[in-house]
Design a protein around this ligand. Structure first.
Ligand code: PEP
Length: 248
């Protein structure tokens, strides 16, 4: 599987700025895109505009969240089927900001991932420990609980992506050491393989203050097959340097 670099725009952008950023990214990543699969995840209302700009290019579009149901009385939520109809290929589920801001549990995240798969989307399932959990030495326990609880049991390696995002590293400028990243990614691969007979083809992304300056080292780390990028994905030049940092 090629490396995957996903840009999470979070709740940023206007219609005009999103179109401009997508256009700039297409122009900037043109050469770099050969090194990795690239997906942009704008706020839901901006998906059609970003998709219009990226259509026909190698850059894919994804959602930042989806509901567990296809349709119904769920005010403010986004259907995975609609995301697919709008041209999305991926959807982030279980981002720590959703787990914290909306009380999302592993069970809910797993149901969202299952709904995404059913709609033909590839879920990017996020896991990661908080600073307090890390300080208490609970990283391994938290990752085991989240991976076991959030990743659909029947999911095959090629159909899902798992993102390890230590919560304390998101938007803080702090990054985990490559030794820590390798250890947690190795644990995730082992957890995924249990009961599935292997983890070949599974992409495990690292996320948390990835930028051009640290991308090369992080992306060369054992068991790292891409990055989930927040802040740096809002800068076309920075984002394309991250893509270019994928090992050839
Ligand atoms: C994220 O939003 O998933 C993320 C990793 O953000 P940042 O790169 O800004 O830390």
């Amino acid at each position: 599987m090629p490396y995957l670099i996903a840009g999470n725009w979070k709740m940023n952008g206007t219609l005009a700025s999103a179109e401009a950023l997508a256009a700039e990214l297409i122009a900037t990543v043109r050469g770099a895109a050969a090194q990795a699969e690239v997906v942009l995840c704008p706020p839901a209302p901006l998906i059609p505009a970003v998709r219009a700009v990226t259509k026909g290019t190698a850059v894919a579009v994804g959602g930042q969240d989806c509901h567990t149901k296809e349709k119904g009385a769920h005010t403010g939520d986004v259907s995975p089927v609609l995301l697919a109809e709008l041209g999305c290929r991926f959807v982030i589920v279980g981002h720590s900001e959703r787990r914290a801001d909306h009380g999302e549990t592993d069970e809910l995240v797993r149901a969202k991932a299952e709904a995404a798969l059913k709609a033909g989307l590839t879920p990017i399932i996020c896991v990661g420990e908080t600073e307090a959990e890390r300080e208490r030495g609970e990283t391994t326990t938290v990752i085991a609980r989240q991976v076991t609880g959030s990743v659909p049991g029947g999911a095959t390696a090629e159909k899902v992506v798992i993102a390890y995002e230590p919560v304390w590293a998101i938007g803080t400028g702090k990054t985990a050491t490559t030794a820590d990243i390798a250890a947690v990614h190795g644990q995730i691969a082992t957890l995924f393989a249990a009961g599935r007979g292997g983890s070949d083809g599974l992409r495990i992304l690292y996320g948390g203050s990835v930028k051009a300056a640290n991308a090369k080292e992080i992306l060369a780390t054992n068991n790292v097959s891409g990055a989930l990028v927040g802040g740096a994905s809002l800068d076309a030049a920075e984002f394309s340097r991250i893509i270019e940092s994928c090992p050839r």
